[in-house]
Design a protein around this ligand. Structure first.
Ligand code: SF4
Length: 254
């Protein structure tokens, strides 16, 4: 528990969800238990040919013909560094920002070490800690007291993980009791139906639902954003854009 597999640590502005626009330090952890074809951080988990084939097969099964240049194998030694907690602590404190976003990959895969890091961090300084998760791993008791806000992003059918992997009822029930927002990534009207099914099934309160367009360029962000904008208005959900895509395209570390 004295090290973490880290993808990147950087300073930016939160570009998504209810804290959009807030300056923050980002700690991106490597490795994910899901393999969404549209994931824009494939460099945190797509480390071998077998995984690539698995993603491509899922795309074929779903009839998705998308040729994104980031759909390739990444070098794990380059992209996932085992860093000591002291090292990470130093880097985060150096940015001198009271808002920390922990993201991935799936950060809860490393929750024991993450807890150790956050405990030490909070001894040093007060932080607002936001954690992004795909909602398939139950947070342990220790981390519940440390994280200020949970951004749970349930994966819909079009992500290509199969419902067995991406829908864990006991996790939904746990997150619902926390300060959590459920951020759904949407491409089409069919995704809105799938999203609605989850919202109804788990009785997620309207003010906890955030809809965000799936888009890695500003043209798609606008097109899909317009559809979601009116849907959110009618339903009483929160709408989220992706500031970093609008300003920088799909660049890393922004
Ligand atoms: S759950 Fe998130 S990090 Fe993991 S593959 Fe899907 S989009 Fe990427």
């Amino acid at each position: 528990v004295d090290s973490l597999l880290v993808s990147e640590i950087f300073s930016s502005v939160q570009g998504e969800g209810i804290n959009t626009g807030r300056p923050a330090t980002f700690l991106r952890l490597a490795v994910c238990n899901l393999h969404c074809w549209y994931c824009d951080t494939k460099y945190t988990w797509l480390f071998n040919e077998q995984m690539l084939a698995q993603v491509q097969n899922e795309m074929k099964r779903l009839g998705i013909n998308d040729t994104r240049p980031d759909l390739r194998v990444y070098d794990k030694n380059e992209e996932a560094k085992g860093l000591s907690i002291s090292d990470i602590l130093k880097q985060i404190l150096a940015f001198d920002c009271p808002h920390l976003v922990i993201t991935g990959g799936e950060p809860l895969l490393q929750q024991d070490s993450l807890c150790a890091l956050l405990e030490r961090l909070l001894e040093e300084r007060k932080f607002f800690v936001e954690l992004e998760t795909n909602g398939t791993i139950k947070p342990g008791k220790e981390i519940l007291d440390i994280v200020s806000q949970w951004n749970v992003s349930p994966k819909l059918a079009f992500a290509g993980n199969g419902s067995y992997a991406s829908e864990k009822p006991e996790c939904f029930e746990t997150f619902k009791k926390l300060n959590a927002y459920f951020k759904f990534v949407i491409q089409s009207e069919k995704d809105l139906e799938d999203c609605e099914e989850i919202v109804q099934k788990y009785s997620i309160p309207k003010n906890k639902v955030v809809l965000m367009p799936e888009a890695i360029n500003s043209r798609l962000l606008e097109e899909r954003g317009r559809m979601l904008f009116s849907y959110c208005k009618d339903k009483g959900y929160k709408f989220s854009t992706r500031l970093q895509i609008l300003l920088y395209g799909n660049a890393r570390g922004k």
